[in-house]
Design a protein around this ligand. Structure first.
Ligand code: HEC
Length: 254
C-alpha cells in the first residue's frame, strides 16, 4: 500500500467519525432555534430555550441539596394564589403614569425545565421559590443602590451588581444585602462558604473579590462552582410567553 493511500484512508476514517460524532452535533445543538408562533390577535410571539451553560449551575444546585428547602415551580391557580404575585410568578410593568404596560405572570410549564438533567422542582418551601429569583435579584440591586445613592456618588462604596448580591447571599445569608438593609433580620439558609476560596490579595486583587471581612492580606473569591450556581440562579427568569399547549391544559399564548 502506498503511503499516500494509507494517509488518505486514515484521514477519511477518523475525519468522517469526527464530522458525524463531534462537528455535526455541536453545530446542530449549539444554537437551538427559538419557537415562534402567533397569538390570537396575530401578534408574533417567541420562546427562546435557555443555553447549555445553565446546567452546570443546575448540577451544583442539586449537589448542594438546595431543593430540600427551595422549590422551582409556580403552581397553577387551583393549587394556590402564587401565580398572581408580581416578582414571583412574573412581572407587572407600569409606565410613568402608572398604567399597566405588560403583565408576564404565569404558572410553570414543562418547557421551563428543558436542557436540565433534573427538574429540581423541590419538595417543600422552607425558603422562597427560586424559579424567578433572577427578577427579584435585579429589583433588589436597584433598591440597594438607590438606598446608598449618596455613598456611591461620594465614592465611599461601589454600587452592588447582581452577581455580587447573589454571591454575598451564598457566602453568608446572615450578612447579605437584604440583612444589612434591614429587609430581614435572620436567615435559615445555610452558608455555602465551601464554594468560595480565600486567597492572597497580592497586587491589585481580584475584581470578583467579595466585600467581606477576612484575614489581613487575603480576599474571598468565588470558585467555578459558585460562579455556575450564581449564573444559574440569576438567569432564573421564567415568564416568557409560551406556545399554545397541545394538551387539554391552559392556553398560555392568550
Ligand atoms: C435549610 C433550608 C435551606 C436550604 C438547604 C437552602 N436554603 Fe436558601 N433560603 C432558605 C430560607 C429560609 C431563605 C429565606 C431567608 C433569606 O432570604 O435568607 C432562603 C433564601 C434564599 C435566597 C434568597 C431568595 C430571595 O428571594 O431573596 C437564595 C438565592 C437562596 N436561598 C439560595 C439557596 C441555594 C442556592 C441553596 C443551595 C446551595 C439554598 N438556598 C439552600 C432556606 C434554605
Amino acid at each position: 500500500m502506498k503511503v499516500q493511500t494509507f494517509f488518505t484512508g486514515l484521514i477519511a476514517t477518523f475525519g468522517t467519525a469526527w464530522v458525524l460524532v463531534i462537528a455535526y452535533p455541536f453545530f446542530a445543538l449549539k444554537d437551538q432555534a427559538a419557537i415562534e408562533w402567533e397569538d390570537k390577535d396575530g401578534n408574533p410571539r417567541q420562546y427562546s430555550p435557555t443555553g447549555q451553560n445553565h446546567w452546570r449551575g443546575a448540577e451544583v444546585y442539586r449537589q448542594e441539596n438546595c431543593q430540600t428547602c427551595h422549590t422551582r415551580v409556580i403552581r397553577n391557580s387551583v393549587a394556590g394564589s402564587e401565580v398572581f404575585r408580581s416578582d414571583w410568578a412574573g412581572q407587572k410593568h407600569y409606565d410613568e403614569d402608572g398604567n399597566l404596560l405588560a403583565d408576564t405572570r404565569r404558572e410553570s410549564h414543562p418547557l421551563d425545565y428543558r436542557d436540565k438533567h433534573y427538574a429540581s422542582m423541590g419538595t417543600g418551601r422552607v425558603g422562597p421559590d427560586l424559579i424567578n429569583y433572577g427578577m427579584r435579584v435585579a429589583a433588589e440591586v436597584k433598591r440597594a443602590n438607590e438606598a446608598n445613592e449618596k455613598a456611591i456618588a461620594a465614592g465611599e462604596m461601589k454600587p452592588f451588581t447582581v452577581e455580587e448580591l447573589t454571591y454575598l447571599h451564598l457566602y453568608n445569608p446572615r450578612k447579605d444585602v437584604a440583612q444589612s438593609s434591614g429587609e430581614k433580620n435572620w436567615s435559615n439558609c445555610p452558608s455555602n462558604r465551601h464554594l468560595f476560596i480565600t486567597k492572597s490579595a497580592a497586587g491589585q486583587g481580584s475584581v470578583r473579590a467579595l466585600p467581606v471581612r477576612t484575614k489581613e492580606g487575603s480576599q474571598v473569591v468565588p470558585s467555578a462552582d459558585a460562579k455556575a450556581l450564581m449564573n444559574f440562579l440569576n438567569a432564573s427568569q421564567h415568564d416568557q410567553m409560551l406556545p399554545k399547549s397541545e394538551s387539554k391544559g391552559e392556553n398560555f399564548a392568550e
